[in-house]
Design a protein around this ligand. Structure first.
Ligand code: CTP
Length: 400
């Protein structure tokens, strides 16, 4: 099998320079990339840069190398077309099927997955014209990832930033790997908790756990790559925001509960991948707890935290909502897992066997996914994204 063929469309926004990094990541990871900029994009980054980084000739119009019929061939032979940045103008043209340059021709001839990473000012993104164009493209099966929130050109801040190129690359990689052209989570809103809660004792100390957040972030990334609207409730995870994902940061179990309950009414699926502390210190010392000469320390009294998973499973915020829990077990995985699934009342429970070097902080994972319907899906040792995709397959099957 040859290298996967990717068309990188670049339209005329200041974020065009970030597409150079995306291009580099794609080529270095074994993709063959043809860059197709618009004329406006070439005002920001010139053709020699794209040609040198991709190793292919670069043109924005249909009149060069006509014997090769590039306006048809490039799109036809692609395994993925990604447009980053996608301006409001480009989205409008794509939504209406205009074909006045090489990129818009390519979009009409592509039969592979098409991914748009929009970048523009907040007002342009929020304009009903743009929103309707985005909805049209999504309805037709294109993957349009939500812009990030942050600093825009000039002094403005808001929604409209191009997500980190490394994270756009991750979405591209997922889409090429899966090879599906119909995002099966399109139109669905999924809420995922990730990381580990920290329960403060005093201003400088907390009770925490070793969850890195990687499994929850992998769930968010794969859901976004499958077309979902994703809300990620991140508890103390120090990982980059996945592209197209709305990240809300929380600290404690109580804060996570509030965030989950707030997001739940709009969620088609809730996945509790966070390691939630079962207990918190009964009191919080407003000042740092000091050691006292000659005296033993006071014991730390703990109280129970609310069980968020049990609560959202017992009272579904929406009919048909799918709830997924995670369980970390050190032994007797199947028996403990089945008992926990029944106790929590969720639809699926992902059971991990954990130990000193297993799961926490690692890139790989092995699990058994138990269904309330009695099903058992073993997931062999592999990347956390593979487990995430299995979870979404099982969730999609339960949407009916
Ligand atoms: N969880 C939760 N709220 C809590 C504790 C856990 O929502 N206060 C969720 C976790 O996000 C995870 C699942 O419950 O999805 C399993 O958590 P775990 O701590 O393993 O289960 P416990 O019920 O605490 O069982 P045990 O302590 O006996 O292992």
């Amino acid at each position: 099998m040859g290298k996967p063929k990717v068309v990188l469309g670049v339209s005329g926004g200041i974020a065009a320079y970030k597409a150079c990094e995306l291009l580099r990541r794609l080529t270095e990871s074994g993709h063959e990339v043809r860059v197709v900029p618009t004329a406006a994009a070439l005002k920001f980054v010139g053709a020699p840069t794209w040609a040198a980084l991709s190793g292919h000739p670069v043109s924005d119009e249909v009149w060069s190398d006509v014997y090769d019929v590039p306006h048809v061939r490039i799109g036809q032979s692609a395994d993925l077309v990604v447009v980053a940045p996608a301006t409001a103008d480009l989205l409008a043209k794509a939504a209406h099927g205009l074909a006045d340059d090489l990129l818009t021709n390519t979009l009409l001839t592509a039969r592979c997955p098409v991914l748009f990473a929009p970048a523009m000012h907040t007002e342009m993104w929020e304009h009903p014209a743009t929103q309707e164009n985005v909805a049209t493209l999504r309805r037709r099966g294109a993957l349009v990832i939500e812009p990030a929130v942050g600093r825009l050109t000039g002094v403005d801040t808001g929604k409209g930033r191009l997500p980190d190129p490394g994270e756009i690359f991750e979405v591209c990689r997922r889409v090429v790997a899966r090879g599906v052209d119909e995002p099966d989570l399109a139109g669905r809103h999924v809420v995922i908790s990730a990381g580990g809660t920290r329960e403060p004792l005093d201003p400088v100390r907390f009770l925490g756990n070793r969850s890195s957040g990687k499994q929850g972030y992998a769930l968010a990334r794969t859901a976004a790559a499958r077309g979902a609207r994703v809300t990620l409730l991140a508890a103390n995870a120090e990982l980059p925001d996945p592209a197209g994902v709305d990240v809300i940061r929380v600290g404690t179990a109580v804060q996570l509960r509030e965030a989950v309950l707030k997001a739940a009414p709009e969620a088609d699926a809730l996945v509790m991948a966070a390691a939630v502390a079962d207990f918190r210190p009964a009191t919080y010392a407003g000042g740092k707890i000091k050691k006292q000469d000659g005296r033993e320390p006071e014991p730390v009294a703990l109280v129970r935290n609310p069980d968020i998973l049990a609560e959202i499973s017992a009272e579904r915020a929406r009919p048909g909502q799918v709830v997924v829990g995670f369980a970390a077990e050190t032994d007797d995985v199947l028996t403990n897992g089945r008992a926990k699934l029944a106790r929590k009342g969720c639809d699926l429970l992902v059971v991990n066997e954990v130990g000193e070097r297993k799961t926490f902080g690692s890139e790989e994972n092995e699990a058994l996914v138990l269904g309330a319907d009695g099903s058992e899906t073993p997931v062999p040792y592999g990347p956390k994204e593979a487990l995430a995709d299995t979870v979404w397959d099982l969730v999609v099957a339960r949407f009916g």
